[in-house]
Write a protein that binds this ligand. Sequence first.
Ligand code: UN1
Length: 498
Amino acid sequence: MAETFKNFIGGEWVDAASGKRFENRNPADWNEVVGTHPDSDAGDIERAVLAAAKAFKTWRLVPAPKRAEILFRAGQIMAERKEELARLMTREMGKVLAETRGDVQEGIDTAFYSAGEGRRMYGETTNAEMPNKFAMSIRLPVGVCGMITPWNFPMAIPTWKMFPALVCGNTVVLKPASDTPATAAKLVGVLADAGFPPGVVNLVTGGGGRVGTPLIEHPSVRLISFTGSSEVGRRIAATCGEKLKLCSLELGGKNPMIVMEDADLDLALEGALWGAFGTTGQRCTATSRIILHEKIADSFTERLVERARKLRLGNGLEPGSEVGPLVNKGQRESVHGYVQIGLKDGAKLLTGGKAAAGPGLENGWFYEPTVFGSVTPGMRIAREEIFGPVVAILTVKSLEGAIEVANDTDYGLSSSIYTRDVNRAHIAIRDIEAGITYVNGPTIGAEVHLPFGGVKDTGNGHRESGRQVLDVFSEWKSIYVDYSGKLQKAQIDDVEIQ
Ligand code: UN1
């Protein structure tokens, strides 16, 4: 049964003022309508931003440990509803149940980790250069934060943004991806049940142009946090630059896994399969290039292809399904387009390369796990983010060669090296241009208490998760308290030493 979802504005569940709605369908069975959602526009954004601006006046004054208590409750409610949330997420997004459970768990982890910050969120005290003067710096909230989130982690990514923002004392307007609005609505429901006051968290669903753009342009929105493609990120950054808004971007990846000849190859094989085909390749951290040392390249490739062929595709709710569908028709067309580009550029298709057929797959956006061999660094499939179950194999002669190929991309999110040689591991840690490097693990699987983000076209220098995210959602204020009772001029007055 399709559920009827609403926007959440100023503590009330409401329809779009226009009354318009859009459908959200199951990518594993496009005949199933998971729900319908408000197809909102600039007017709905206006109401949500006003509600958030009003709530900010009082929310910012709530002591951070109290704000955090509500967040702890939210984490508990998410844990109680984990199974229900995961099942709904699989129905709207497609990834298999084990992974949607992981996505909810990442949200729970973020709740508890961010809530802990309520009793830390440290500033600094330091020394003043004048006598009888006290100096410190503290964090203050930014204001109304607009958040635009993708469909591949429908729970984790909104929590990465919202939870630290809330504990810092900001208020939020969330615009989730139109492919996964149901999980976002349930998450906002959890926050309402946990006791966040009206207007502190607001949800507005609808398309990027009609909802995202007015949110980004709204003068009362001080900060935009966006996760998605580099192409859209660039446009958002331009608008924010023009309006001098704070802007935090998590964008694409073309994540390399290096496998050296001394590696535990069984381990590397498991890592490659999980990194490349987990979440059907739809992670910004997905392993999309495997860089093999020439001595093991042929045998490793052969084993990878054999195992990729055996992966069980299916509805993510069915036990035994290992790979779900792509999220929608456009995504499948785009992935297939890249396969054609790979062929045209001279790469060798070793397996996959077409929509998957078979019992249970008829009505879903399934695509065969795809491996390309004979890929060279200049090819588009080695450079551009495909966001699907397509992996490119490149061969190198040395560690230096491997790192050069790994860095030969505009992106720099995640990376990995398999080796038993500690020296090689440390050279990779130092020299790979990426925000994350795994040693003897695939490129996916970041934990919420470490900074998450990347270099080059992957972002604009900010990090989510970890304590570093506090720098996104708070402004520093420096405070000088002069208790000398006289005018003291810094940099000018001489301090007499008795
Ligand atoms: C993403 O793909 O946008 O590290 C996020 C990982 C997950 C998060 C991925 N914890 O793969």
